[in-house]
Write a protein that binds this ligand. Structure first.
Ligand code: AMP
Length: 612
């Protein structure tokens, strides 16, 4: 592995994100020993700094308005397009200039690109810690249905995070690459991706080195979260039946039910039934029972059926019969559910590929691409395609396509247009992306104004419009009036996304504040860990009274007070040293109760810091 050349693969997901690369033994997620490679795509704003990942995820219940999740849904979208999503988010999203939206937290506001950049920074930091050298370049994946604005937003997020995004590739394509399906000469692959909050199926066709996305179908609001909700509903029903007197409307109840529901669901992926218990002291309730896989299957059947219906629709749109599918690839945490696997197998009449961890398969494929790009093996690098046709608006609101969907990139196309009015000196060019006939049904990408056309009768000027899609799938449009020979000036007004200046500004600011941000972030992280450790000590105090001497307990209590004071300060080094002292003092306590499975925070703290 050459640190100067490495290009890692990053799966920037709605629920989780992770990085992968090719090690000597093959492609694998990048992580430090004992830590999970998976970083929840969740951000928590605390004291003007971000906490990203698992710590942030745990804040979701406690501080919903400061905890940002599902940023991916906001990328490259405007407020109108997000109309149905915004009410489902616990944080505030408002329309901003040029079709952007911003997430508002207190007095501050952030673009989705900046938020995604924070997630990418965390992924980068983790990967750097694991590999032991800095990382500059990455291949990032996006859903096959992402349009130009969404891809551009993803690339901008990478730039803000200090990464050179060498290539943006489709998630289903990455999954197929991870299984080596690009090594064949041709074939048709179905990629079934069922995650926490989204589902999509893509039909890919491999010809030579190119995977074409023939069709995609899905539901951006369907996934494991729905299964959790369905199970939680059943648990609530059982509680109501067994304890009619309990007040199940209390705010503690719903999050707990969901947590237990998810644990039940995951357990039932490997056992036909599982016991569970619900202990809610706040409403004086204790309940335990058994949950069977049959009940689970019954609850999730309508959702699974919907995914199969999507598969049928994708096949129809691709013009393929199930018999023509050569491979089926399973992606996403929820594809582990046995019933999902059997139903998908029954539909396609063949065993799906499940040998690679479904959480890591997309990142692994991106890692393979990055590895090949880094090695300069362009002959083995898969070519990507334009996902949706690109063109401009012509008379009567019709859509005139210049580059059609599935053209291999980089791609370039040129077409001549003219004026409709005598002596017209300016031409407005509206760029759209989509497959429909009228621009009203397509996605507006940007407006280009061609000025300085010499006055001529209508129909005489020859306006040459050029579309260029680079290797990242990013579009640039230019136009020139040919008859006058005079190059006309073009003003590019992106209707979505950030301008170069905005990106530069955000990057400058982050460099400017890098040191203070890092200090502040460490303080906030330590503060969160400290709170959790205090809770752990409280929980374990009974055990402490049994196994520790009174003197030892007094020392712990004193050190807790010292740490409580230190977290108010602004020196992360001093805080860490006080935390370490507390860790040393509570180590016998942690050891004693490790087997009881309690004090997870204390354990986590030791694991995180044992290698430092
Ligand atoms: P993803 O969005 O791909 O990260 O998938 C996350 C979803 O997968 C969440 O809803 C998890 O509860 C679910 N999940 C993870 N592991 C399992 C499992 N073993 N069985 C069922 N669902 C799972």
């Amino acid at each position: 592995m050459d640190p100067d050349k490495i290009i890692i693969g990053i799966d920037l997901g709605t629920t989780n994100s992770l990085a992968a690369t090719v090690f000597d033994h093959g492609p694998e997620a990048i992580h430090t020993p004992n830590a999970s490679p998976i970083i929840p795509s969740v951000l928590y704003r605390d004291d003007h700094v971000w906490v990203v990942g698992e710590q942030a995820r745990r804040k979701r219940v406690e501080a919903p308005e400061r905890t940002v999740f599902s940023v991916k849904r906001l990328m490259g979208r405007d407020a109108q397009e997000l109309e149905s999503d915004i009410p489902l988010l616990s944080y505030e999203v408002r329309a901003a200039q040029r079709g952007l939206v911003k997430v508002h937290i207190g007095e501050e506001a952030f673009t989705p690109q900046e938020l995604s950049a924070e997630i990418l920074r965390e992924v980068k930091r983790n990967a750097e810690a694991a590999l032991g050298f800095p990382i500059q370049r990455a291949v990032i994946t996006v859903p096959a249905y992402f349009d130009d604005a969404q891809r551009q937003a993803t690339r901008d997020a990478g730039r803000i995070a200090g990464l050179e995004v060498v290539r943006i590739i489709n998630e289903p394509t990455a999954a197929a690459i991870a299984y080596g399906l690009d090594q064949g000469q041709k074939g048709t692959v179905a990629v079934y991706d069922l995650g926490g909050g989204t589902f999509d199926v893509s039909i890919l066709q491999l010809t030579g080195q190119v995977f074409k996305v023939l069709a995609t179908h899905g539901n951006t609001h369907l996934g494991g979260d729905d299964f959790d909700m369905a199970i939680a509903g059943e648990l609530k029903r059982r509680l109501r039946e067994a304890h009619p007197e309990a007040d199940l409307t209390r705010p503690v109840v719903a999050p707990l039910l969901r947590k237990v529901a998810e644990a039940i669901k995951i357990e039932l992926s490997r056992a036909p039934e599982t016991p569970y218990s619900l202990d809610i002291p706040e409403i004086g309730l204790r309940h335990s029972d058994i949950f069977t896989v049959d009940t689970l299957n019954e609850l999730i059947a309508p959702y699974v059926e919907e995914t199969l219906q999507s598969c049928r629709q994708a096949l129809a749109a691709a013009g393929k019969a199930v018999e023509e599918i050569d491979d089926v690839v399973m992606v996403g945490g929820s594809s582990r559910i046995p019933m999902v696997r059997t139903r998908v197998e029954a539909l396609f009449g063949r065993r799906p590929n499940i040998s690679i961890n479904p959480d890591e398969v997309v990142a692994a494929g991106a890692g393979v691409q990055g590895h090949l790009l880094a090695g300069g093996r362009r002959d083995f690098v898969l070519l990507d395609v334009v996902p949706l046709s690109l063109g401009i608006e012509t008379l009567g609101g019709t859509f005139s396509k210049l580059i059609i969907a599935n053209t291999t990139i980089p791609a370039q196309a040129t077409e001549l247009f003219t004026t409709y009015v005598d002596n017209q000196t300016g031409v407005d060019l509206n760029v759209y992306q989509g497959e429909r006939e009228f621009v009203a049904d397509c996605r507006h990408l940007g407006r280009f104004k061609l000025k300085g056309v010499p006055p001529m009768p209508a129909g005489l000027p020859k306006v040459k419009v050029t579309f260029l899609v680079d290797a990242n799938g990013i579009l640039t449009v230019s136009a020139v009036e040919e008859r006058s020979g005079q190059e006309a000036r073009i003003e590019v007004i992106p209707s979505h996304g950030l301008t170069n200046e905005e990106i530069e500004r955000i990057m400058d600011e982050s460099v400017e504040h890098a040191v203070e941000d890092l200090n502040q972030r460490q303080i906030v992280e330590f503060r969160n860990t400290a709170e959790a450790v205090f809770r752990g000590i409280d929980t374990a105090w009974d055990t402490a009274e049994e196994i520790l001497t009174p003197d030892h307990r007094v020392q712990i209590e004193a050190q807790v007070r010292v740490v409580k004071e230190a977290v108010q300060g602004s020196d992360p080094v001093a805080l860490k040293s006080e935390m370490d002292k507390l860790g040393e003092l509570t180590r016998p306590l942690a050891d004693a109760i490790m087997s009881q499975g309690a004090l997870t925070e204390l354990k986590r703290f030791f694991q995180d810091h044992s290698q430092e």
